[in-house]
Design a protein around this ligand. Structure first.
Ligand SMILES: Cc1cc2nc3c(=O)[nH]c(=O)nc-3n(C[C@H](O)[C@H](O)[C@H](O)COP(=O)(O)OP(=O)(O)OC[C@H]3O[C@@H](n4cnc5c(N)ncnc54)[C@H](O)[C@@H]3O)c2cc1C
Length: 416
């Protein structure tokens, strides 16, 4: 017999979206249980870049002191090199936002949210607890079935279940919502290297015909390098051998050759990322809403996934608080405005990412020449700051109630 519990909101998935939303709801006195299937935050490597608008948001919510206490790297700009020549540079410090993207390990970011939330008696973050199915009353979702690592099961009844369980969301699947998955032409293999002392704090995109490296300064003293490979090309790459792979990286960017030679030792040092975008036609049911990667998955270009997750949490928190003021499961209609607003932001990001990926996948000589000319032209125009700013710095709103609490400095755990 499963144990049965009750709460206002059950959040499935303790990633950036779920953990931040849990904090924002608990701070409003709402009962929240966040369940996370991993047993600790030191999970698989995840994205570490937090885009500038989310840095602004986190500071406005009161997380500035926690961010500063942990430490992070500021990414000052992005430089593109094509076939050995520098073709474009965007200086992030020229945007009027007052913040640049920062690099901080995702476990540390999530711990900031859940540690702050743990100060509220209505909040609980449960590790090692997996979602296994939805509870329903007619068409409405009324809670979820859970299983712990020790095999014990339970049911949590909630007025709202939030699916924040990432790109392969089981909540989404259980709700009968099918994602439209669009595979990109290429996938990614990534690895970390010590950052050479003279590397600087620029992100770099190093392109040679249809091969490229994304090189990101990573906290505290690493570079994160992503290398594209053809779709389903991992087997062939591995079959060709590790040394040729290594030699290919060194040839693409000779500046990396010494650290690659010394520190990239086997396939175990690399991790594979399948690149796709996923459009999700419906984000809601009565009693259920999807946020973060579960509702929209983007590619790693310009590090927007965490940004979208954070913005989802910030925008939806007041909507949930309002909707809970009436009895029963939160109706799907309560989220109409949220879905419209967040879809617009996400569509903007993914359409830019698709354009960029298409340009990078070009391998023919005329295509490569045209691409280089286009990026050079763009580099010469102030328009580049409008184009990049539109994607990197998309506006977002924070509910004044969230700001008021932060400004009041009454929250424990954040040092404000
Ligand atoms: C290799 C890699 C590099 C990336 N780089 C960047 C980057 O630099 N910048 C950036 O902005 N984005 C990056 N991204 C994307 C970014 O990590 C995601 O967009 C972001 O983490 C989404 O947050 P989320 O909370 O929606 O989902 P997730 O971070 O995926 O969190 C979902 C959570 O749900 C849990 N979960 C899943 N199933 C269940 C279940 N059944 N029961 C309970 N819990 C469950 C998972 O364990 C996970 O902790 C990267 C992604 C990858 C894979």
């Amino acid at each position: 017999m499963s144990a049965v519990e009750e709460t206002d909101v059950l959040i499935v998935g303790g990633g950036p979206a779920g953990a931040l939303l849990g904090f924002l709801l608990a701070r409003r006195g709402i009962g929240v249980i966040v369940v996370e299937k991993q047993t600790s935050l030191e999970r698989d490597f995840r994205g570490e870049t937090v885009a500038a608008p989310s840095v602004v948001t986190l500071r406005r919510l009161g997380f500035g002191p926690a961010l500063d206490a942990h430490g992070f790297l500021r990414t000052e700009g992005v430089t593109m090199r094509m076939e050995g020549r520098r073709v474009m540079h965007v200086d992030y410090r020229r945007f009027a936002l007052g913040e640049v993207p920062v690099d901080i390990p995702q476990p540390a970011l999530i711990a900031m949210f859940s540690d702050a939330a743990a100060e509220f008696p209505t909040f609980e973050y449960r590790f090692g607890t997996s979602f296994t199915g939805l509870l329903r009353d007619g068409d409405a979702v009324t809670g979820a079935r859970l299983r712990r690592r020790d095999g014990s099961t339970s049911e949590v009844r909630a007025r709202l279940v939030v699916g924040a369980d990432g790109r392969f969301s089981k909540v989404r699947h259980a709700a009968g919502i099918t994602a439209d998955v669009q595979h990109m032409a290429r996938d990614f293999l990534s690895f970390k290297l010590p950052r050479p002392a003279d590397w600087g704090l620029q992100a770099e995109l190093v392109v040679d015909r249809d091969r490229h490296l994304v090189v990101l300064p990573t906290f505290p003293d690493f570079l994160r390098v992503g290398h594209n490979l053809p779709k389903r090309g991992l087997g062939a790459l591995r079959a060709a051998g590790f040394e040729p792979f290594k030699a290919g990286i060194m040839a693409l960017d000779p500046r990396l050759a010494p650290v690659v030679a010394e520190h990239l030792n086997s396939w175990d040092d690399t991790s594979f990322l399948e690149i796709f975008t996923a459009e999700v036609p419906e984000w809601t049911r009565d009693g259920l809403v999807l946020i973060g990667d579960a509702s929209h998955t983007c590619t790693p270009i310009l590090g927007q996934g965490v940004n979208l997750a954070i913005q989802d949490a910030v925008v939806i928190a007041p909507v949930i608080a309002d909707a809970l003021s009436t009895a029963g499961p939160v109706p799907a209609a309560a989220f109409t405005g949220f879905v419209t607003e967040r879809r617009r932001h996400k569509a903007h990001v993914t359409s830019f990412q698709r354009l960029q990926e298409k340009a990078l996948a070009t391998g023919s000589t005329p295509g490569v020449l045209l691409r280089r000319a286009r990026y050079r032209l763009l580099d010469a125009l102030p328009l580049k700051y409008r184009i990049f700013g539109g994607v990197l710095n998309a506006p977002h709103g924070i509910d004044p109630a969230d700001l008021a609490v932060a400004a009041g400095g009454s929250r424990p755990g954040l040092g404000v």
